[in-house]
Design a protein around this ligand. Sequence first.
Ligand code: ADP
Ligand code: MG
Length: 417
Amino acid sequence: ALYGPTGKPERTNYLVMLNPFGGTRNAARIYSQIVVPMAQLAGISLTLLETERAKHAMEYVHGADLTPFGGILSISGDGLFHEIVNGLLTREDWETARRMPLGIIPAAYNNHTGGGFPVGTGNALAVSVDQPTPELGMIAAISGSARVMDIMALTSLETGRTYYSHEMLTWSLVADVDIESERFRWAGPARFTMSAVVRLINMRKYRARIHYLLDPKDPNAAEAGVSGTDVTVVTTEGQILVDVEKDDGAPMAADNAEVVDVNPPTAQHPSVHGPKPILTDFCRKLGESGTSLTLPQGWHTYDGALEHFIATSVPWIGSDVFISPAAGISSGHIDLVWSANLGGPLKTLSMMTDNGKGDYLRSQSMRWHQVRAFVLEPLGRAKDESVKGIMDVDGEVVACESLAVECLPGLARILTP
Ligand code: ADP
Ligand code: MG
């Protein structure tokens, strides 16, 4: 066994994935100067895979024999971690693979912590689990204790394809800022600020339809007739969404936690293995029906203008961009925040520079909900609906299509002490 009676690793082998271009190109230096010496002190052996191109990590994790490994460490930003999650969850043996403890080593120093390396770029997950530096990420990895983590399953209503997110889905303002910031990558985290300034003085208006299923934790849920604390939802098809794993706050030994199985993959998804989001068929009907369908209890629809839309399962979506005090890696729900009209550049700037309490959410113009699932229909730019806009998942561009998104509570595991 890789783990002793105390639940601490006695000796293990981590697969380390490193994106040499992540952050501000410091991943290789962080590996040799921080990760290797700390692993040696802890008696942990490492197997390194330096990625040669985008999707390399995903393909490797999807197909490789992972039995020699007690965990996988990602040295980069959220993009590489996203690839690892998607590689694992689309494996034929995803039900076992999803339990692989995952470590996040930011290829950067975040939150102005300084240090010997220039700061890097987006590390939402690292900041959200209080591991904003590579050293803290390594301490978590060495501890060997893992915590369950929610994953969002996103299904295109156009192609039926499902993929996964550990962080966020955004469209309109934040997506535009995030993706357009790539050209300022040389500026480190300031790339987001620079890109935001450009967008704020020329705010784009979009139109969207959003159908959402409130979580019982949402303050409006009782009014709307949503009750219960278990994640159990009966859809029109009579299917049930099963609570996978709850985080009771106690860390668990990486390989001995009890696991309740999610829905097994079915023949309806022939080419893709992985957890089948069970509300998706229903969401597809919603998407096809526009607003004509009578919604079952708990479901609501927004149809209108949009300047800002974000769905997140982590509190921070960048080293200094805070979204929601209700979000947490294992909260069991998705935080949905949108606004039809942010009220001009200054108000928008105050939203983007929130101090970590979410004060901006109190503004009249913000809509904020805790949901189990939602459908986003991006209807395009208000001026010209043929311009769909940029859809961004975990900092990566994806096809801009109607998406059904569902929270899969506690599906993955992250190394965090
Ligand atoms: P950052 O936080 O700096 O954005 P990410 O981990 O998000 O770092 O990586 C940025 C992008 O680089 C992702 O799209 C990832 O898939 C891609 N990528 C990974 N390895 C390579 C590589 N060897 N060459 C080019 N791109 C890569
Ligand atoms: Mg990135």
